[in-house]
Design a binder for this molecule. Structure first.
Ligand code: AMP
Length: 147
């Protein structure tokens, strides 16, 4: 088997199973590969149902989400010994951002959990499925214990 040089672990900071992260770290060690982490904060426009206009404090909500996400991403990165320059906190569509960061950084393996917060029932529409079908590099979907 060809070895990997750069492994990108996509983490759902709010629903990730630790075993996925541990497997990515282990694989990176065995391949002597660089390990990077990515978490994408979904860009969800908040609409005032009554007036159908953007709520002005939407930006504050996003800033709060980003701060919380950064805290969680950093904690996981510390545990996995991932350098700061290899931590990616993005906003947008998780699938598209994961693929973009992978392509721009010569990632040759993306690691995802087989499902996250959205559960097995929605697997077909999931981030894991989107990455699997659209990435140009290898993708490892780590099966979670209760799959
Ligand atoms: P899901 O698509 O939510 O069922 O999650 C499947 C896997 O996709 C998770 O275990 C993560 O590896 C990855 N993933 C889901 N959401 C995100 C996200 N917002 N940012 C980065 N990776 C994610």
């Amino acid at each position: 088997m060809d070895s990997y040089n750069h492994i990108l672990l996509a983490v759902d900071c709010y629903g990730q199973h630790a075993s996925v992260a541990d497997k990515a770290r282990d694989l990176a060690d065995k391949c002597q590969a660089k390990l990077s982490l990515i978490y994408v904060v979904d860009s969800l426009p908040i609409i005032d149902a009554g007036y159908a206009v953007d709520i002005p404090y939407n930006l504050d909500v996003t800033a709060e989400l980003m701060a919380g996400a950064k805290h969680r991403l950093d904690a996981l990165a510390e545990r996995l010994a991932v350098d700061e320059q290899n931590r990616w906190l993005q906003t947008g569509s998780p699938k598209l951002e994961i693929i973009k960061v992978a392509e721009q950084n010569n990632v040759d393996l993306i690691v995802v959990g087989s499902h996250g917060r959205h559960g097995l029932a929605l697997l077909l529409g999931s981030t894991a499925n989107g990455v699997l079908h659209h990435a140009s590099c290898d993708v490892l979907a780590v099966r979670l214990p209760n799959d």
